[in-house]
Design a protein around this ligand. Structure first.
Ligand code: FAD
Length: 484
């Protein structure tokens, strides 16, 4: 009887952890000595999907292809199923005689709640659920301030986190495993995760290679080429100044723990110590978003600062559409929104600039921008995205105060000083002199004409004037304060 149980298969359920290295669930499954089955489930209920939007779907397709190949090299097979995990997991367990199910928690509250139900159902069927923590560096539950309350300010959170933090080294990828007889699988192509008509993701291929091997390579490229200047270049969208690891981290192709150790090693070798510290603090911001959601609930739905429930958001569908299409007439905003559309990604500084312009100048609810980013970012992460939008809106934890309103023209002058970023993504302005590139409306019509630009004809006038937009935003803020 004991032998029969030990040889019964275990199921490894992949989710936002599409990697073999430093994968606690996979590691424990291999250690169990059982023959293994592997599955990824695409939920039919979009609210429970792990891919928040169409650009993330593109990434998922390629990442699953890479993961399947990696598993195959070890002699296993990744099966793909579509439906409700709450039905499919018990079904697979029954069909294949599975005795243990291993997974890493996603740490999105709505998924965790569903997972707890699945764990209970498994237990009731005498099958052992084995859930692990793998998304973040820090266990959010374990970190509280002196009064036993969760931190609400990043600097205090990160100081405390680092004090307690001595992460174990990353777990190795298995070099062998025992595979069980594979279960049926869908054909990935049938999931239609890739756009066809039109193929709006054509430009994604030039920028990205999804998968675990590519994630590791991207980290090494960053460490070699950009980490030393990270502190000074991290705000420059015209340079390769940041790691561009966000989709790899988001899909779990590399763990934050593995990144932490690799960056520490670089710092210990005496290279870029200050830059490494700054870089790890950004990974800390990712952790902070998960920490907030763990302690304060789903930030996609509610303002962290409830005063913002009274904010008089404007209904401005034309403004929203101009923003989405990169046709606001504000070069820095348009460049960023077009970079997003063409590559599925946007640098952090323009994310802040575009979000601020949408919320504060155009007057749309931060949720409108959040939804667009969820659909168009390959790194779309509902937890980080919501926390970031609320940060810009001023309604979030430790947020930029609402009254601090970015001027996208002066931001452009500061962070794209030569105009290269704007010229790259807004070809209508390619001939504009650097002095005019971030605020063409300030140049005379004659000057612009000599540089091939006619506002309102081949490039829009600003949909919202910066000064008027700023004043309207401040007035709305005063109204909210009066009503809250
Ligand atoms: P690096 O500077 O190299 O940073 C390394 C890693 O740290 C990133 O890959 C990311 O995982 C994390 N990180 C960096 N900055 C932040 C930050 N401000 N908040 C949280 N984590 C951070 N990031 C996402 O991963 N998914 C999102 O959906 C997302 N939505 C955003 C929405 C808005 C409005 C804003 C302002 C920011 C958003 N960010 C999001 C955070 C940040 O912009 C990206 O993580 C970053 O630009 C990714 O580029 P990188 O990997 O080169 O960053």
């Amino acid at each position: 009887m004991a032998t029969a149980t030990a040889t019964a298969p275990a199921l490894v359920w992949f989710r936002r952890d599409l990697r073999l290295a430093d994968n606690p669930a996979l590691h424990a499954a291999v250690q169990s000595g059982r023959p293994l089955l592997f599955v990824y489930i695409r939920e039919e209920d979009t609210a429970l999907r792990l891919s928040p939007g169409a650009a993330a779907d593109w990434w998922l397709h390629h990442s699953l292809t890479a993961l399947a190949a990696d598993i195959e090299r070890l002699g296993g097979r990744l099966s793909l199923r579509q439906g409700a995990a709450a039905d499919l997991i018990p079904e697979i367990v029954r069909e294949a005689g599975v005795r243990e199910v291993f997974w890493n928690r996603v740490d999105w509250p709505w998924i965790d709640a569903r997972d707890r139900d699945i764990a209970e159902a498994l237990q009731a069927a005498d099958v052992r659920p084995r859930a692990f923590r793998a998304t973040t560096l820090i266990d959010p539950a374990s970190l509280l301030n002196g009064s036993g309350q969760p931190y609400k300010v990043f600097s205090a959170f990160w100081r405390a986190a680092q004090k307690d933090f001595s992460p174990r080294g990353p777990l190795p990828a298995p070099d062998s495993l025992t595979a069980a007889d594979p279960i049926a699988s869908d054909d990935l192509a049938d999931w239609e995760l890739l756009p066809v008509k039109p193929d709006w993701a054509a430009g994604f291929h030039d920028r990205w290679t999804p998968g675990e091997a590519a994630a590791r390579k991207q980290l090494e490229t960053f460490l070699g080429e950009a980490l030393p200047d990270y502190k000074t270049h991290r705000d420059r969208p015209d340079l390769f100044g940041t790691s561009r690891l966000s989709p790899h981290l988001g899909w779990g192709e590399i763990s934050p723990r593995a990144v932490w150790h690799r960056v520490q090693l670089q710092a210990e070798r005496g290279q870029s110590f200050g830059a490494a510290e700054k870089y790890l603090a950004e990974i800390g911001w990712r952790d902070f978003a998960y920490y907030l959601v763990h302690h304060f609930g789903d930030l996609r739905q509610k303002n962290f600062d409830p005063r913002f429930d009274h904010f008089p958001w404007r209904d401005n569908p034309e403004g929203l559409q101009a923003w989405q299409r990169g046709r606001t007439g504000i070069p820095m905003v348009d460049a960023a929104m077009r970079e997003l559309w063409k590559t599925g990604w946007m640098h952090n500084r323009p994310r802040m600039i575009t979000a601020s312009y949408l919320i504060k100048h155009i007057g749309c609810h931060w949720r409108d921008g959040m939804a667009w980013f969820e659909d168009t970012l390959v790194d779309a992460d509902p937890v980080v995205n919501a926390a970031s939008w609320q940060w810009v809106a001023g309604s979030g934890a430790d947020a930029a105060p609402y009254f601090r309103i970015f001027n996208p023209a002066t931001q452009g002058e500061k962070f794209d000083p030569d105009g290269h970023y704007v010229r790259r993504w807004v070809p209508e302005l390619v001939s504009l002199a650097t002095r005019d590139i971030h605020a063409p409306w300030e140049a005379s019509a004659g000057q612009l004409a000599s540089q091939g630009v006619e506002l309102g004809r081949n490039y829009p006038r600003p949909v919202v004037d910066l000064k008027a937009g700023r004043e309207a935003a401040l007035a709305a803020f005063e109204q909210m304060k009066a009503e809250a």
